[in-house]
Design a binder for this molecule. Structure first.
Ligand code: SOE
Length: 386
């Protein structure tokens, strides 16, 4: 794959993860943009990137930029995506794609009109055993799926002194834990199962209705606000915890718990997918193992080993068995798939008809589910997804 020029917007926790993954694939990260020119300059210097841009306009004027990665706070996704698409650049936007379906519908239509590659950063799809589970489901190993259960638990916002822009609805949107990590769980299980969410029944809870917001801002996973930091107390309306019942199209059922206040669970996305022939069990904190459950014979534990994976999956598993592949590797594999399509588009050859990566249509779908979750919580009843 010929090197492709990329620029990254966002210098918090995940922006540098994008940078690192792109470099591992041999692509050129030609510039970076922070929330102001000084932060852009410092990030470019610290990450060894040629340019720190003053603003998005300057980034889009850079002829070396072919793909733009948006890893900025959620509130900026819509306007920045729209500006990038109108400039005719390919785009990879962090989840959630937007704060409302009105925003995501407009972005989806614009991406189609502009005929660029437009992806959403649902990286969990690219754990090799998630890809393998999908291939085995497609081959009929599960049979009819009865139910999908699980949770996505973290503890980085457990303390009242923990703060992040996501906590503030004005920065992250009305829905927080569900939009931030719940959509990872929903996207992953729908990706593997091939099922679609039809209706939801949700109960949301804000455990800490007041938090201490550091006046100097705070990054994701940055730990509790230190006692020396000046803070302001702010009212919090976004949820720390969610319990969601799910009806999938075709009759399968499901449930998921989402929490960012679960002590000891650092970043645990877990699912159990129960089929008539067997089941899959997986945990993102031990991503190189997939439990395959049976009724009539011993269960199996599939440990990631490229030699044991479907041929289509092997492309996304680059280390032998026992050489663990994890979180950062999923970004590399996700961009391997996205940039292969960017290259096809540049070459004028047909792109993947059914890409493995999440497109803006998938990102729009996730926000549709989020809006149904919000409405269900408010009305205390089942709500169909638009
Ligand atoms: C914080 O919850 C976060 O960084 C998410 O925003 C990411 O999508 C997830 O991969 C890890 O946790």
């Amino acid at each position: 794959m010929a090197p492709i020029g990329a620029a990254v917007v966002g210098i918090g926790f995940i922006g540098p993860v994008h940078v690192e993954a792109l470099r591992r694939l041999g692509h050129r990260v030609v510039g970076i943009l922070g929330s102001n020119p000084e932060k852009s300059f410092v990030a470019a210097r610290d990450l060894g990137i040629p340019r720190g841009y003053a603003d998005l306009g300057e980034l889009l004027d850079d002829p070396l930029v072919q793909v733009v990665h948006l890893a900025s706070p959620n509130v900026h996704h819509f306007a920045q995506c729209r500006q990038v698409l109108n400039a005719g650049k390919h785009v990879v936007c962090e989840k959630p794609l937007g704060l409302t379906t009105a925003e995501t519908a407009e972005l989806l239509a614009l991406a189609v009109r502009q005929r660029v590659i437009a992806a959403v950063n649902y990286n969990v799809r690219f754990y090799p055993l998630v890809l393998e589970a999908r291939e085995r489901r497609k081959a009929g190993h599960l049979g009819r799926i009865f139910h999908i259960t699980g949770d996505y638990l973290q503890d980085w916002l457990l303390l009242p002194g923990d703060f992040n822009w996501r906590v503030d609805a004005r920065e992250g949107g009305v829905l927080r834990a569900v939009a931030d990590i719940g959509t990872h769980w929903l996207d992953t299980v729908c990706f593997i199962s091939g099922l679609e969410v039809d209706a939801v029944f949700a109960d949301l809870k804000t455990v800490h209705p007041v938090r201490s917001k550091p006046l100097g801002g705070s990054e994701t996973y940055s730990g509790p606000t230190s006692v020396s930091q000046k803070t302001e107390r702010i009212q919090v309306t976004t949820e720390d915890h969610a319990s969601i019942l799910i009806r999938f199209r075709g009759g399968a059922r499901g449930s998921v718990t989402v929490s960012q206040v679960a002590a000891g669970r650092k970043n645990a996305l877990r699912f159990d997918m129960a089929g008539e022939s067997s089941s899959f069990g997986w945990n993102s904190e031990s991503p190189n193992d997939l439990l395959i459950g049976y009724r009539d014979r011993p269960n199996k534990l599939l440990t990631r080993d490229p030699a044991l994976l479907a041929p289509k999956v092997r492309l996304y598993a680059n280390y032998p068995g026992g050489h663990a592949e994890g979180f950062p590797d999923t970004f590399k594999q996700l961009y391997r798939a996205i940039y292969a399509d960017v290259e096809r588009t540049i070459a004028g050859t047909p792109r993947e008809p059914e890409p493995l990566y999440a497109t803006f249509a998938d990102g729009h779908r996730e926000v549709q589910i989020c809006e149904a979750i919000l409405k269900s919580h408010a009305t205390e009843r089942w709500v169909a997804v638009a």
